[in-house]
Design a protein around this ligand. Structure first.
Ligand code: UD1
Ligand code: UDP
Length: 380
């Protein structure tokens, strides 16, 4: 009898970080019947990832609504997962990280009686308001999960401090590094052709330092984004010898202020969200990255790129401790000052652009599958 796995995800970062796990499980089709269910909490940004990793979901709940809210999204995910869980009856459900999909899918899977495996478990800021609602989402998932796959020793320790049984926690590294290494290989292969990368080459100026920006956090909506945009505008106007490129997240709460405040500035390029290989290519080409993203904080150190994190807290202290990531919050002056230091002080820049990888070695997914192979023997 094959063990039944259901891998559930819904947003761009979950898809990037679960894609290599889907691929790894599919190598063991003789042991596992693995199916993929997407909530499609994101639509276009999720489909970009599915297309690059060539994943065709078995179940597509197609739930995204324009400017959706947390109440209806949560309830829709739980309600729409019921028939999937009842018909497929998975032994194991895999959820990832800290989105509304993660939390709602964990609750639904708990009701179904499946064993819940949390990938990227144990990240904490210890502040329920930041990131919001992600700190709550991952804490709730941690409560119902049977197995916790933690990216680092720090995240494992966070779970032990919450009285989780250490035998249910495995440190694997972050699956994002599996995805990153796969993609870096592809992008650097001379035979790899990508229209988006060609389009980027056409708009970028080879002689100008490139600052890459991303942002979307809910707690930064409103004044936070206004501050960030004011900082970017001032940097761009004061330093015409640099160029800023910003693939703007599709959330209307991000699109509106960013296009209103930064449109029409010649050395700021506002573009659509990029597919994963084009974004990886752009990270490699950039001098410096300004972001509030979780995933980008994990990828950039592996590419040797300094990161200024436009948040007040981080659940990823490892790269901060190593000195390659700095928290700058959303204070306009602080963002400008730290960016200028990195542009104008070669020593500061070289100290921060160390290549290191505290988040994994690209073998997280094979470790997860090995663990489940061993663990599932008890079910057979
Ligand atoms: C979500 C997650 C956040 C994660 C982020 C990654 C929650 C509450 N938030 O935030 O943890 O870090 O994704 O990007 O789970 N939209 C589109 N097309 C898309 C994607 C989004 O149009 O492909 C627009 C829609 O109007 C949608 C809105 O963005 O309603 C917000 O999407 P949502 O997933 O609720 O929030 P994010 O800010 O993307
Ligand atoms: N990313 C991408 N295209 C973009 C911007 C980001 O593929 O235009 C990737 C990035 O490399 C990282 C992930 O998306 O792996 C991060 O997603 P996001 O910042 O939306 O979410 P978070 O990681 O903060 O949850």
């Amino acid at each position: 009898m094959r063990i039944k796995n259901l891998i559930i995800f819904g947003t761009r970062p979950e898809a990037i970080k679960m894609a290599p796990l889907v691929k790894e499980f599919l190598k063991y089709n003789h042991k596992f019947d693995t199916k993929v269910c997407i909530t499609a909490q994101h639509r276009e940004m999720l489909d970009q990832v599915l297309s690059f990793f060539e994943i065709i979901p078995d179940f597509d709940l197609n739930l995204m609504k324009p400017n959706q809210n947390l109440y209806s999204l949560t309830s829709e995910i739980i309600n729409n997962l019921k028939p999937v869980l009842e018909s497929f009856e998975p032994d194991y459900v895999f959820v990832h990280g800290d989105t509304t999909t993660t939390m709602a899918a964990s609750i639904a899977s708990f009701y179904s009686g499946a064993k819940i495996c949390h990938v990227e478990a144990g990240l904490r800021t210890f502040d329920m308001t930041s990131p919001f609602p992600e700190e709550m989402n991952r804490s709730v998932t941690g409560v119902v999960a049977n197995v916790h796959f933690s990216p680092t020793e720090t995240s494992k320790q966070n779970l032990i401090n919450e009285n989780k049984n250490p035998n249910t926690i495995l440190v694997t590294g972050n699956t994002v590094i599996d995805a990153l290494l796969f993609s870096v290989d592809k992008v650097n292969n001379p035979k790899f052709k990508d229209q988006e990368i060609d389009d980027l080459k056409a708009i970028l100026e080879a002689d100008k330092k490139l600052i890459l920006v991303t942002g979307h956090r809910r707690e930064n909506h409103g004044q936070g984004f206004i501050n960030i945009c004011q900082a970017l505008k001032q940097i761009a106007l004061e330093q015409p010898e640099i160029q800023i490129i910003y693939p703007v997240h599709l959330n209307p709460n991000v699109q509106k202020p960013v296009y209103e405040l930064l449109g029409g500035i010649s050395n700021i390029k506002l573009i659509q969200p990029l597919s994963y290989p084009a974004f990886v290519w752009l990270m490699e080409k950039s001098y410096l990255i300004l972001t509030d993203s979780g995933g980008v904080q994990e990828e950039a150190p592996g590419l040797g790129k300094p990161v200024l994190v436009m948040r007040d807290t981080t659940e990823r202290p490892e790269a901060v401790d190593a000195g390659t990531v700095i928290l700058v919050g959303t204070n306009t002056t602080e963002i400008i000052n730290k960016t200028k230091q990195l542009l104008l002080q070669p020593d500061t820049y070289s100290n921060m652009s160390k290549l290191h990888n505290p988040y994994g070695n690209g073998k997280a997914c094979s470790q997860i599958v090995e663990y489940i192979l061993e663990h599932s023997k008890k079910l057979q």
